[in-house]
Design a protein around this ligand. Structure first.
Ligand code: HEC
Length: 102
């Protein structure tokens, strides 16, 4: 029984549905964020947009979900994220978390 359970867990964890976030797709999506957060995620004072480069991926995903749900208010960013999916958020986070401010 234990072995069977182990096999099930293994199969689930390696199924393609749970694939890792795609930083390359995230890079494409990030083009819409550069206006405020800058090419390297350094942020922009004039837009009151914070630096996000190198932030933990889970924190970026949480923030984006909070903005989208309205739990955290950010009217200026709303148009840019309201059409994005959870997968888009994960891909964006994978890209942004590896950015470095130059
Ligand atoms: C029109 C300007 C603008 C655009 C475009 C924009 N943002 Fe933002 N973003 C902001 C501002 C302003 C804040 C700060 C909001 C606040 O005060 O809570 C912010 C906050 C954030 C935060 C939270 C940072 C933190 O430390 O809590 C994340 C993550 C983020 N933006 C990601 C993105 C992503 C990803 C995109 C592109 C899909 C994007 N933003 C596009 C202006 C923008």
């Amino acid at each position: 029984m234990k072995i069977l359970l182990f096999a099930v867990v293994l199969t689930v964890s390696f199924s393609p549905a749970l694939k890792a976030a795609d930083a390359q797709k995230g890079q494409g999506l990030y083009k819409n964020c550069i206006l405020c957060h800058g090419e390297n995620g350094e942020g922009k004072q004039s837009q009151k947009a914070p630096q996000i480069a190198g932030q933990f991926d889970w924190y970026i995903i949480k923030s984006l979900n909070d903005f989208k749900s309205g739990a955290r208010k950010n009217a200026v960013m709303m148009p840019y994220i309201k059409g994005l999916s959870q997968t888009d958020f994960e891909d964006l986070a994978a890209y942004i978390s590896q950015l470095k401010v130059k």
